[in-house]
Design a binder for this molecule. Structure first.
Ligand code: FAD
Ligand code: DLZ
Ligand code: SF4
Length: 509
């Protein structure tokens, strides 16, 4: 092909027809480049289902663009033209097509953003890097909001986003007279509840080709490739979301923090994978939820809780990521250095809660928020696992994991490794919390009521050991100071039993 004006590179998490790089182009004159890349699939060894999901979604998106009149050069992983990395692939396309400019929407993560910046020096062809218009708050706006604030609390940022979008607002007044209805959202679930399932989509011929490719090339990565049921097209992702709004959203708020054996999804949306690669639009999904609330189909605590996750948490963690990168990935407030235990990969542990979370992660490339935060995250915090190793694990194993969203959640929220920039206190909890919010303990070898000894729930001794070990660092936080005082009231021999139990358990890791 000759006479190409713009070479538009579309990254794997930019599967959005209104993307800024595409909006700046013209189908008749520009060439779109998309590539399945060995480097991207292996910079961490992503879960097999995650790679299959993204490759299939990319292939379907290339078709969507072709149907809209674009010329797309789509390089499959095993094609002879495949060069393995963004830089080498663009270099090859530039020498083949001699475009006037390279155009790309800014990358979602620092590593790739740096790569794009380097192209300005590396290539003689000019490189245009355009803002990503799929977020409500740009990194620059977030930095302005953060400037001069002592604390960057999500709740205040969220109120700004409510005002900015007008979602669930009556003029200046939030719907229901309150910004946040979380106090109503702490119910443990019961197995007898009606449990909706996320919409499942049978693999088509494109997906089946991808599944064979992933099995052949990445079959030694963590995770089960099949059954594969994710949506891989915009239409199917939208249908999956519509089914969630109808079947699960009404109970989303109530049971947001619950965990149940054999129920990996509960009332969660299972849409982060679609939002994060661009198949679903964050503002649009919130508008649909608002419409369901205004139509009386969904209670306010559910609608508000859901919208807060998207325009609040999702935008906020992205703001923190760009504010603090590079360097944030090495945060380690507690100085934790223990290697990640093998059972994060094998699920071979007697702790029923951890086993359930890792098993479903392996099967589904999915765990819901409370499993990530209060089971695998909490365990790592209490056991003193190296936050960077844990970060790489989360980045590998979830189909929705991209560094901009995963890193602040892991390092900031779940490990408090940034010293409290993101979270107001460490999310550390003993077995009592897990027992209250789940039915895991009833099927566990360990006794959740015991604090120490070989039969005791390991979360208990590890929790008190964490409190005692880090008393200097956490004692300034009023909520943690209370726990330090409780620990100090334990008899000396009880404290010794706790230390001994924790040490004995940690020695087995
Ligand atoms: P639902 O529970 O149904 O929530 C709806 C949507 O709200 C999600 O799809 C997501 O887009 C958004 N959301 C909810 N909580 C958060 C949050 N804390 N941060 C950002 N968005 C949020 N989310 C990711 O998208 N990618 C990750 O790699 C990721 N890693 C995480 C790692 C840890 C240690 C923790 C504690 C959380 C992580 N999260 C991550 C946040 C959250 O757990 C997932 O967004 C959620 O579990 C995805 O499932 P869902 O779509 O069913 O979400
Ligand atoms: C996550 C991922 C994977 C597994 N594979 C590809 C790929 O082959 N080609 C591609 O363009 N993108 C892929 N991605 C997503 C990129 O890593 C993603 O664009 C960056 O993380 C965003 O900075
Ligand atoms: Fe998890 Fe402890 Fe309950 Fe077992 S007893 S399921 S280890 S919290």
């Amino acid at each position: 092909m000759g006479g190409v004006r713009n070479l538009i590179l579309v990254l794997g998490d930019q599967l959005t027809p209104t993307l800024s790089s595409l909006a700046a182009g013209e189908p008749a004159r520009d060439l779109v480049l998309m590539a399945e890349l060995h480097d991207e699939a292996t910079y961490v060894r992503h879960h097999q289902k995650k790679i299959a999901f993204l490759f299939s979604a990319m292939r379907h998106f290339a078709e969507e663009l072709r149907d809209a009149g674009w010329t797309v050069e789509y390089v499959k992983l095993d094609a002879p033209e495949s060069r393995g990395s963004f830089t080498a692939q663009v270099e090859q396309a530039v020498s083949a097509h001699r475009p006037e400019r390279i155009v790309v929407t800014e990358a979602g993560e620092w590593r790739v953003a740096q790569m794009l910046e380097e192209w300005r020096e590396q290539f003689s062809t000019p490189v245009d890097i355009l803002p990503d218009n799929r977020f409500l708050c740009s990194p620059h706006e977030f930095a302005q909001w953060a400037d001069g604030r002592k604390q960057l609390r999500m709740e205040y940022f969220y109120r700004e986003m409510r005002r900015k979008t007008g979602l669930l607002m009556y003029g200046d007044v939030p719907a229901g007279g309150k910004w946040n209805f979380d106090a109503e959202n702490r119910k443990p679930a019961e197995a007898s509840l009606f449990m909706p399932r996320p919409a499942a989509h049978a693999p088509d011929a494109i997906t089946n080709d991808v599944l064979a490719l992933v099995a052949a090339r990445f079959g030694n990565h963590f995770g089960d490739l099949k059954p594969f049921w994710f949506a891989v097209t915009r239409n199917d992702a939208e249908a999956a979301f519509a089914a969630f709004v109808k079947d699960a959203l009404p109970s989303f708020g109530d049971y947001q923090d619950a965990m149940l054996r054999g129920e990996p999804f509960l009332y969660h949306a299972v849409i982060a994978l679609y939002l994060n690669c661009g198949l679903l639009d964050p503002l649009r999904v919130c508008q649909q939820v608002e419409a369901a609330y205004r139509a009386g189909a969904v209670p306010l605590n559910a609608a508000e809780g859901f919208i807060r996750q998207i325009i609040g948490w999702r935008e906020y963690v992205r703001g923190i990521y760009w504010l603090k990168m590079p360097g944030y990935e090495h945060s380690n407030f507690f100085g934790h250095t223990r290697p990640l235990p093998d059972f994060y990969w094998s699920a071979q542990t007697d702790m029923a809660c951890v086993k359930a979370a890792v098993t479903q992660t392996k099967e589904q490339a999915y765990a819901h928020h409370i499993q990530r935060l209060m089971i695998t995250g909490n365990f790592a915090l209490l056991a003193g696992i190296d936050p960077h190793e844990l970060h790489e694990w989360y980045l590998c194993v979830y189909a929705d994991a991209y560094e901009w969203v995963e890193l602040p959640n892991t390092v900031g929220m779940s490990q408090f490794a940034d010293g409290g920039l993101l979270a107001s206190k460490p999310y550390a909890a003993s077995g009592a919390y897990i027992n209250r919010m789940s039915d895991y303990c009833g099927g566990c070898k360990y006794d959740v009521k015991r604090r120490a000894g070989p039969e005791a729930c390991p979360f208990n001794a590890l929790y008190w050991n964490f409190i005692s070990r880090h008393r200097e660092k956490i004692g300034g936080n009023p909520r943690m100071a209370q726990m330090v005082r409780t620990y100090d009231k334990f008899a000396a021999d009880e404290q010794a039993r706790i230390a001994q139990s924790a040490a004995a358990f940690l020695a087995t890791l």
